[in-house]
Design a protein around this ligand. Structure first.
Ligand code: OXD
Ligand code: MN
Length: 582
């Protein structure tokens, strides 16, 4: 195996410098010997910054790779790496498109493994809230420094010497995705899939990022960023948090059905936000590309994503067509009839009737954001784009209306803290249970979720801040027959139009016990093709909301009995009182 070092600005890897009880002298000697034997096949180790050089030397001594490759980030290197992986059988070209590749992983390595994702700090409470006695905490996992050291010792010495025995190197039994905030360090071992191994994404930009954000007074969030221009040519940006696989990428690249509107995408997954000197909350997308869920993506659901991925894209665990194309559930109408389909599991004559999906439900495309036809002109602006509304949302089949607005920032933080959604395929959860997912960050908190809520409340007290308005949206409410009530996708522009007008100060909302909803007729439904039962979409069933209040109370009592900020507890009481009067 080779040790590759990537020194790009958004990739952040470093490891603790001591790994054993050896004396410094012995250790230096081991390193010196190792370095003499190492073959650096690309780049010059002496040109690295001293800290990086030391990192490489120490870890090369520990991991014992065959070669060291120091990445330079050039196109030539990129091509060379692709061709190397092609020769190794890790990638194969999808010849129907330009520079597109397919990789099929070991079936045991297909999603983020939350059960093996840990934060290691001296004090447990810095990482995770203390649950009620007898209750298992679900807001992150902590590993003691001693256990962390053991985990290192069990896995790292000589780990790059092991032969790769299949086309997908992984070690599911020993997988660990560890974060050591005190050392700004990530250890990802045993998985090559998505968020487990694209370390700049969930590990750095969210988990370590949220810790840096708390220290420095900003926000690192699991949010898309979208620019909205209305028919008058006025532009506003919003950020929106949804749990994984709830349609963030679709919303981020939406084609609005409402005439005269234009949407532009800044990012589809992560937002880093801070106030500028004028008190405006400015957001940047710290990622270079999109790592989107493939199934369900099609020219009818997300044409802009489909146009983005036709070149320079790596697909994982999708199915392949006999004409060299990709296939997944949702592309049936767009796939020629005369092709055969090879499923992600290698069934060469896959048929729908097999009852098994052709593509893994968490199969993905990894594609450059710059190729998106509606990429925002300011998507790489270092000062970021000004955010005027923040949306929280999830998959709520029952009881939760299409949209409601928070009464104020504190109520908005409560709405974020009480987000719930049906589980998805992005992680290892099974079934369609409705899970609590505060701020859509449950798998990504870098520190105690109670302190995270307190940080959001503190952000709301920033002097001279022009605080964005906060909303909750739900595209997924179902009727008694189990059908979605709202058509979603491009029609969601109607909800964004209402939000836009609210942010502009229009008096088009009415008060309900849970928040402000559109006044009758305030949602622009002109030209909506199908008839929508608006009463059902906005109905607030008393028994549902009483139950919701009880569920939230039980959740907080179980998970955050000592860590919940008082303000959030008092928001829950206030909701309870309002619901009691419904
Ligand atoms: C993702 C996720 O991959 O949230 O973005 O799981
Ligand atoms: Mn995500």
């Amino acid at each position: 195996m080779a040790l590759s070092i990537r020194c790009a600005t958004q990739t952040y890897i470093c490891r603790r410098l001591t790994h054993s009880m050896r004396t410094r002298q012995q250790k230096n000697c081991v390193i010196a010997n190792t370095i003499r034997c190492l073959s650096v096949v690309h780049g010059n180790i002496n040109t690295l910054a001293p800290k990086v050089k030391k990192f490489v030397e120490e870890n090369a001594a520990l991991f014992q790779p065959d070669h060291i490759h120091i990445c330079d980030g050039t196109e030539a290197e990129h091509t060379q790496l692709l061709s190397y992986m092609h020769k190794q059988g890790i990638l194969k070209p999808l010849t129907k498109y330009e520079n597109c590749w397919l990789s099929v992983t070991d079936p045991a390595d297909v999603a983020r493994v939350e059960s093996k994702t840990v934060i290691s700090t001296t004090e447990k409470r810095d990482s995770v809230p203390t649950p009620k006695e007898g209750v298992t905490g679900t807001l992150g996992r902590w590993l003691s420094p001693d256990d962390m050291e053991k985990a290192y010792q069990e896995r790292l010495p000589g780990c790059m010497k092991e032969p790769v025995i299949n086309n997908w190197p992984c070690n599911p039994e020993k997988t660990i995705i560890a974060h050591i905030p005190d050392r700004n360090e990530i250890l990802s071992y045993g998985s090559g899939y998505g968020g487990n191994s694209l370390l700049g994404k969930k590990c750095f930009a969210l988990r370590l990022g949220s810790i840096l954000a708390k220290k420095e007074g900003w926000l690192a969030e699991h949010m898309l960023i979208l620019g909205i221009t209305n028919p008058k040519g006025q532009k506003k940006y919003i950020a929106a948090a949804f749990p994984s696989a709830c349609g963030k990428t679709n919303l981020a690249m939406m084609n609005p059905t409402l005439p005269g509107y234009k949407m532009e995408c800044v990012g589809d997954d992560i937002a880093w936000m801070r106030f500028d000197d004028e008190g405006r909350l400015r957001a940047i997308n710290p990622e270079a590309g999109f790592f989107g869920v493939a199934p369900g993506t099609s020219m009818s659901t997300n044409p802009n994503a489909m146009l983005t991925i036709r070149k320079n894209t790596i697909f994982t665990n999708v199915a392949e067509t006999s004409d060299g194309g990709f296939f997944w559930e949702g592309l049936e109408k767009e796939t020629p009839n005369d092709v055969t389909i090879t499923s992600w599991l290698g069934d060469k004559n896959w048929k729908k009737e097999s009852g098994k999906p052709a593509a893994h439900p968490n199969s993905r495309f990894c594609t450059p954001a710059s190729q998106c036809p509606i990429i925002d002109p300011d998507w790489e602006s270092p000062k970021g784009v000004p955010i005027e509304a923040i949306l929280f949302g999830g998959r709520r089949p029952q009881g939760v209306p299409l949209v409601y607005e928070a009464f104020n920032w504190q109520h908005g933080v409560f709405i974020g803290a009480t987000m719930r959604s049906e589980a998805t395929a992005a992680a290892e959860h099974k079934g369609k249970v409705v899970m609590h997912d505060p701020f859509a960050m449950r798998p990504f908190f870098g520190y105690n979720a109670g302190q995270y809520m307190a940080h959001w409340l503190k952000i709301g007290r920033t002097p001279n801040a022009k605080l964005p308005k906060i909303y909750h949206v739900n595209w997924f409410r179902k009727n008694t027959e189990g059908k979605f009530i709202w058509p979603g996708f491009g029609e969601n522009s109607r909800v964004l139009d209402w939000i836009f007008r609210r942010v502009d100060g229009e008096d088009c909302a009415r008060k309900t016990p849970i928040g402000l909803v559109p006044q009758n007729d305030a949602l622009n439904l002109d030209g909506l093709k199908e008839s929508v039962d608006m009463d059902e979409l906005f109905r607030l069933p008393t028994d549902f909301w009483q139950n919701e209040v009880n569920e939230i109370k039980t959740y907080f009592d179980n998970q955050l009995p000592n860590d919940l900020p008082d303000e959030i507890a008092s928001e829950l009481n206030a909701l309870k009182e309002r619901v009691a009067k419904m």
